[in-house]
Design a protein around this ligand. Structure first.
Ligand code: TYM
Length: 338
């Protein structure tokens, strides 16, 4: 139905709801940096998403700055990418409302992340948490983004974005919104919890030992990998031997992602190695890759005014793309503007 060609454009975002983890770095930020320069890139700190669960107002601005510091420290360059925080571009909330009127309740009911987060408490969580995926669709489509790099846990939300775009286009007999591609690639699309290889590594897990934080120092990183749960077997001789060994597979995938190689190459380097060999090697690699980033993050966090300036300038550039798209959306829907 669509013969409109859309300029290739990347959009992605991270919630400022707790510190950044190794999962955010390998599954998202490192890949954001890799796409910079290949096409137009727009990266957001999605503060309106963070408040779908309670955030301390005294902490929120600083957590927003910390995600921005993580972007900058990892190599996102505000002169090549647009970096901003979501709430400074009002169009996200406005298009989010339009999409609340396009998305169907049945679609939202199928969102597994909502079910996981709400758990048995679904009656008590905020309406925002339920509507969250339609705001995420607005984040993406407000920029007519064609590519969205995310970790595996966001796949269903990007698919919903495609459904919303397709329904909007169908209902209003237009081809205005692109059908966005999720970009879920590489060895680190799902970094698991270090204490339980069947659960995702997340900012909000109960114990700090389950995750590596981007602000952890060398001793902490070494200790967490040393204590990481594994099975009693050594590493296999081939990558097939990692099947049904979630903890072992996770550590090999983390190594591969940090070293920018494949799990096959890691196994070829450490065939049959014991954990006494592999864990210290992994810890050394992680420290070598992460400490320069955490040092740089700390340096940015020492100058919050500079971060605010970068986010402010990025918001202006983001608005310049978003405003005509939002205006055109209102025209298509038939909303009166005086
Ligand atoms: P958030 O803030 O939970 O996570 C940010 C990004 O990090 C990835 N990620 C992981 N990747 C691999 N392994 C892990 N353990 C891991 N944990 C997190 C996530 O997949 C994500 O890419 N709803 C989104 C934020 C969002 C967004 C958007 C993303 C809002 N609007 C528009 C893309 C486009 C979220 O909560 O991500």
């Amino acid at each position: 139905m669509t013969d409109t060609t859309f300029t290739p454009r990347v959009f992605s975002g991270i919630k400022p709801s707790g510190g950044l983890t190794l999962g955010n770095y390998l599954g998202a930020i490192k890949r954001f940096v890799g796409m910079q320069g290949q096409m137009e890139t727009v990266y957001c700190v999605v503060d309106l998403h963070a408040i779908t669960v309670w955030q301390d107002p005294k902490e929120l601005a600083n957590m927003t700055r910390e995600v921005a510091a993580g972007y900058l420290a990892a190599g996102l360059d505000p002169s090549s990418s647009i970096l901003f925080n979501q709430s400074q571009v009002a169009g996200h909330a406005e298009l989010g409302w339009i999409f609340n009127c396009v998305a169907r309740v049945g679609w939202m009911d199928r969102m597994t992340q909502f079910k996981d987060k709400a758990g048995a408490n679904a009656e008590k969580v905020s309406l925002g948490l339920y509507a969250y995926p339609s705001l995420m669709a607005a984040d993406i489509l407000l920029y007519h983004a064609t590519h969205v790099p995310v970790g595996d846990d966001q796949k269903q939300h990007v698919e919903l974005t495609r459904d919303i775009a397709a329904k909007f286009n169908h209902d209003f007999k237009t081809d205005f919104f692109p059908i966005t591609e999720p970009v879920i690639e590489g060895p680190a699309t799902r970094i698991m919890n270090l204490r339980d290889g069947t659960k995702k590594m997340s900012k909000s897990g109960e114990s700090d030992m389950e995750r590596i934080n981007m602000t952890d120092d060398a001793d902490k990183i070494a200790k967490k990998f040393k204590k990481a749960k594994t099975d009693p077997e050594p590493l296999p001789e081939t990558v097939e031997g990692l099947a049904d060994r979630p903890e072992a597979r996770n550590l090999v995938e983390i190594y591969a992602a940090l070293d920018e190689t494949t799990p096959e190459a890691v196994i070829a380097q450490y065939p049959g190695a014991g954990w006494g060999t592999f864990k210290p090697a992994l810890a050394d690699l992680a420290v070598a890759k992460l400490s320069p980033i955490s040092d740089e993050m700390a340096r940015f966090m020492d100058d919050p005014a500079e971060i605010d300036r970068i986010l402010g300038a990025g918001s202006e550039k983001a608005r310049a793309i978003a405003e005509p798209i939002l205006r055109k959306t209102y025209d298509i829907v038939g909303i009166l503007r005086s």
